[in-house]
Design a protein around this ligand. Structure first.
Ligand code: AVI
Length: 342
């Protein structure tokens, strides 16, 4: 790792903490991004009901399957949000006079392109800093941005979201971007913790652009998470192959099935693996095991659906004031712009 002059996106106390391992990509030495999986997997699988944290879904295969999901006819979220951003990027950027765009997630999707294009058109100055735990995702984003937007100043931040956004200089006018309704994958504990930390990291008058999938007809929601080609099932069950690889366990994909439904009370899609036969799941390296009963479910992921008015009200409690609300003709998806007030 070599030393490089830290970019001015970092707050004054931060540069000493960050190093470059590839020009333009910054990471926190000692912050072992892989240190948590064993603890996380074992503790949540021992809970009742059993569950997993969603980030385990995104190994190489999981990330590829998720890309495939985004192209499915039933999975309306990606193209609907993209349509909103394509149509409204000009207004969004006009309403958020910033110099820097920080995207949570590796960025450089079609959606990000609309924002970068408008930022350069309206202001001629653009720093783009995606934050992601995937170094490969950041490198791909960097290559694409440097090719298509040579005037954009790119700084990839290889870290967890919270480590990354709390390092950003508060006096740099910044638009934080969190798209794709990823916020829907946070449970009721993660949600307030995330917004408390994000809001604390934002400077006064910084902005947040948030993509949120909305509550709608149950059939539309359930089809989006139970597609006819079985890609979502493969994505959810792949987590067990990943866990076997990480922990040497013996989950058998032939002895489980995928089940999902929309829980109308909790307003969330719930995605489960269900044991089709009783089985003993062993973790030899950790000298432990559990009995997975026939028909017993493991909750692998939730995808919460939102009422945009209530979401705006809720984020108000974190010092984020609503500035604008963009939606599609069906009102299936919302892109919400907030300004940090206090
Ligand atoms: C990443 N996230 C917003 C997706 C969603 O819609 O909740 C993950 C996903 N899981 C199954 N299909 C898509």
């Amino acid at each position: 790792m070599k030393q490089e002059i830290p970019p001015r996106i970092f707050a004054a106390d931060q540069p000493a903490r960050w190093v470059v391992n590839h020009p333009g990509i910054w990471s926190l030495p000692g912050a072992d991004l892989d240190s948590v999986p064993t603890l996380s997997i074992l503790t949540t699988l021992w809970d009742q009901p059993r569950w997993l944290e969603a980030y385990h879904l995104y190994d190489q295969t999981g990330s590829e399957l998720f890309e495939e999901i985004c192209q499915l006819p039933e999975y309306y979220l990606t193209r609907t949000e993209n349509g909103i951003l394509e149509a409204r990027a000009q207004e969004i950027i006009a309403a958020a006079p910033v110099e820097c765009i920080v995207e949570l997630g590796a960025g450089y999707s079609k959606k990000t392109v609309h924002l970068l294009t408008e930022q350069l058109r309206q202001r001629d100055r653009c720093i783009f800093a995606p934050i992601d735990v995937s170094a490969a995702g950041l490198l791909a984003s960097q290559r694409a941005v440097q090719k298509d937007f040579p005037r954009v100043e790119f700084h990839g931040i290889h870290s967890r979201y919270e480590d990354g956004f709390s390092a950003i200089e508060k006096s740099l006018p910044t638009l934080f971007v969190f798209l794709g309704s990823t916020i829907g994958n946070f449970n009721h504990t993660d949600f307030p913790r995330f917004f408390r930390a994000l809001s604390a990291a934002m400077g006064r008058n910084d902005f947040l652009l948030l993509g949120a999938d909305r509550v709608k007809e149950t059939k539309i929601l359930e089809d989006a998470y139970n597609d006819s080609r079985g890609v979502t099932a493969a994505f959810i069950l792949n987590v067990f192959r990943h866990i076997n690889h990480l922990l040497g366990s013996n989950f058998d994909l032939a002895q489980m099935r995928y089940h999902s439904w929309f829980n109308p009370v909790w307003q969330q899609i719930e995605m489960y693996a269900v044991a089709t036969a009783a089985q003993e799941i062993r973790f030899p390296a950790n000298r432990t095991s559990f009995h997975w009963r026939q028909d017993e479910k493991i909750l692998v992921e939730i995808s919460r659906k939102f009422d945009p008015d209530r979401l705006q009200e809720q984020l108000g409690f974190f010092g984020l004031a609503p500035v604008a609300h963009f939606t599609d003709p069906n009102q299936w998806f919302s892109v919400l712009l907030f300004r940090k007030q206090i």
